[in-house]
Ligand binder design. Structure first.
Ligand SMILES: C[S@@+](CC[C@H](N)C(=O)[O-])C[C@H]1O[C@@H](n2cnc3c(N)ncnc32)[C@H](O)[C@@H]1O
Length: 385
C-alpha cells in the first residue's frame, strides 16, 4: 500500500538527481556484453540503474520498446542487437533522463552506422498518452477551473486514441530494466495490461526487475527513499510471475534469478529476476487431428490453459495449442504428430479444450490406414523450433 505517499513524485525527484550525477545506492552491478558498450558514452554508462540485461534476449530485425529507459543504455545496446532493420523506442517520464538519453542519441547512431533509436515521454502504466503532446495542449489551454480540467481530461483521452504514444500491437519485444517496481501498486495491473496491449500477437516481454522473497511490509512501503530505491514496490517472486498471467500472457518463465540478494532489509531479500512472457494464447480452439507427446523429464506438465499432459502419451490438442507448443519456450519438450490427412483450418470443427484426451494413433493416421513397409531409414533430420 502506498496511499500516504506520492510515489510518482518521489520517483521523479530521485531520478532527476540520478540523471545529474551517479547515485551509488541505485546501482545494482550488471555485466553487459562489452562489445556493445564501446559506442556508449561514459556519462550514460555511469548512470546505469538497471538490475539485469534483457537486451541479450533480443534478435535482429525486432521492434523493441524499453520501459523506463533512463539514460538510454539498454536502448543503445538493443539498437546494435536488433541491427539496422530493427527499431528501438525508449519511454521515460523524467525530463532529465530523457534529455540525457537524447543528448547522446545522434552520436551513438553515427558510431553504429544507422539511427534506429528514439525516446518518448510517457508513463509506462499509460503508454497511450504522449506527455509531450499533452504538455503542448495544456500550454495552449491552461487549466484554470474544474470545467477546463474536465475538458483537458477529455482532450487527453482523445490524444490516446488519435496519437497514441505507443500504438496497440506495434511492438515485437517489450523490455524493461529495473522499473516496474517503481510503479504505484494501484497502477500495477494497468501497467501489465499496457505491456500486453502494445505487443503484437505471438510476441513477447523480457523484463528484469527487483523481486522480494517475502511480501514487503506496509512500514517499508511508505518510505519515499525505499520506493525510489526499487524496494517498496517490489513484487514477490510468485506475484511477479502471476502479474504476467493475470494480464493474459502464457509461457511465463524465469530466465535468470540472482542467487545473491542485491539488498536485504529486515530479513527480506531483494534480488534481480529476468522473466520472459508471451502474448498469443487467446482465440478459438479448432480440431485438426493433431497430437503431441511430452518428452519428459517430469512425469506430467500442466500448461496455462490447464491441459495436463503426461510423459510419453499421445494427447489430442486443438490447433491453437498445437501451434503454441511448437514454438518457444515449449517446443523442445514435445514431439508433434500431424494427421496423415490435413484438415484445413476453414473446415476444422470446434475443439473442446476443457477435456484432456489421449489420441489413438489411428485417429491421426486414419481408420483405413493398413500399409506394410520394407525396413527403411530410421533417422530423420529432427525438428527445430
Ligand atoms: C531504476 S531506473 C532504470 C533506468 C534504466 N532502465 C537503466 O537500466 O539504467 C528507473 C527509470 O524509470 C523511470 N520511471 C520510473 N517510473 C516510471 C513511470 N511510471 N513511467 C515512466 N518512467 C518511469 C525513471 O524516470 C528512471 O529513468
Amino acid at each position: 500500500m502506498s496511499s500516504s505517499l506520492n510515489v510518482e513524485t518521489a520517483v521523479r525527484e530521485r531520478y532527476s538527481d540520478a540523471a545529474q550525477s551517479r547515485v551509488e545506492a541505485l546501482c545494482c552491478p550488471v555485466e553487459y556484453d562489452r562489445q556493445y558498450l564501446k559506442v556508449i558514452p561514459p556519462e550514460v554508462i555511469e548512470r546505469d540503474y538497471g538490475c539485469g540485461d534483457p537486451s541479450k534476449h533480443l534478435r535482429p530485425g525486432e521492434t523493441v520498446l524499453d520501459l523506463g529507459s533512463g539514460a538510454g543504455k539498454i536502448c543503445f545496446i538493443a539498437a546494435q542487437v536488433v541491427g539496422s532493420t530493427g527499431r528501438v523506442i525508449g519511454v521515460d517520464m523524467n525530463d532529465d533522463m530523457l534529455a540525457l538519453a537524447r543528448k547522446h542519441q545522434r552520436a551513438v547512431g553515427d558510431a553504429i552506422g544507422y539511427h534506429n533509436v528514439e525516446f518518448r515521454k510517457g508513463r509506462i502504466q499509460d503508454l497511450a498518452l504522449d506527455l509531450e503532446k499533452l504538455d503542448a495542449d495544456l500550454r495552449a489551454h491552461p487549466v484554470q477551473s474544474v470545467d477546463s480540467f474536465l475538458a483537458a481530461e477529455a482532450r487527453a483521452d482523445d490524444l490516446r486514441v488519435t496519437h497514441p504514444l505507443v500504438a496497440t500491437e506495434s511492438i515485437d519485444v517489450v523490455v524493461s530494466n529495473c522499473v516496474l517496481n517503481l510503479v504505484d501498486a494501484r497502477a500495477k495491473r494497468q501497467l501489465f495490461d499496457e505491456i500486453f496491449r502494445v505487443l503484437r500477437n505471438g510476441r513477447r516481454a523480457v523484463i528484469s526487475d527487483i523481486v522480494s522473497d517475502e511480501p514487503v511490509p506496509e512500514a517499508l512501503q511508505t518510505d519515499p527513499e525505499l520506493w525510489s530505491g526499487c524496494i517498496s514496490g517490489a513484487l514477490t517472486e510468485q506475484n511477479f510471475l502471476r502479474a504476467f498471467l493475470d494480464a493474459g500472457f502464457y509461457g511465463v518463465h524465469i530466465l535468470k534469478l540472482d542467487s545473491t540478494p542485491w539488498r536485504t532489509i529486515q530479513g527480506i531479500e531483494f534480488r534481480s529476476m529476468t522473466v520472459e512472457a508471451f502474448k498469443g494464447r487467446q482465440g478459438a480452439c479448432f480440431e485438426r487431428n493433431q497430437a503431441v507427446i511430452y518428452k519428459g523429464p517430469f512425469k506430467e506438465v500442466l500448461d496455462d490453459d490447464n491441459h495436463r499432459i503426461e510423459r510419453g502419451q499421445r494427447y489430442a490438442v486443438c490447433d491453437k495449442t498445437y501451434q503454441l507448443l511448437k514454438k518457444a519456450p515449449y517446443c523442445e519438450h514435445f514431439e508433434f504428430i500431424e494427421p496423415l490427412t490435413e484438415i484445413p483450418l476453414e473446415k476444422a470443427k470446434p475443439f473442446d479444450c476443457a477435456r484432456a484426451t489421449l489420441r489413438h494413433p489411428k485417429e491421426t493416421k486414419g481408420e483405413s490406414y493398413n500399409i506394410t513397409t520394407a525396413p527403411g531409414q530410421c533417422c530423420d533430420s529432427g525438428t527445430s523450433c
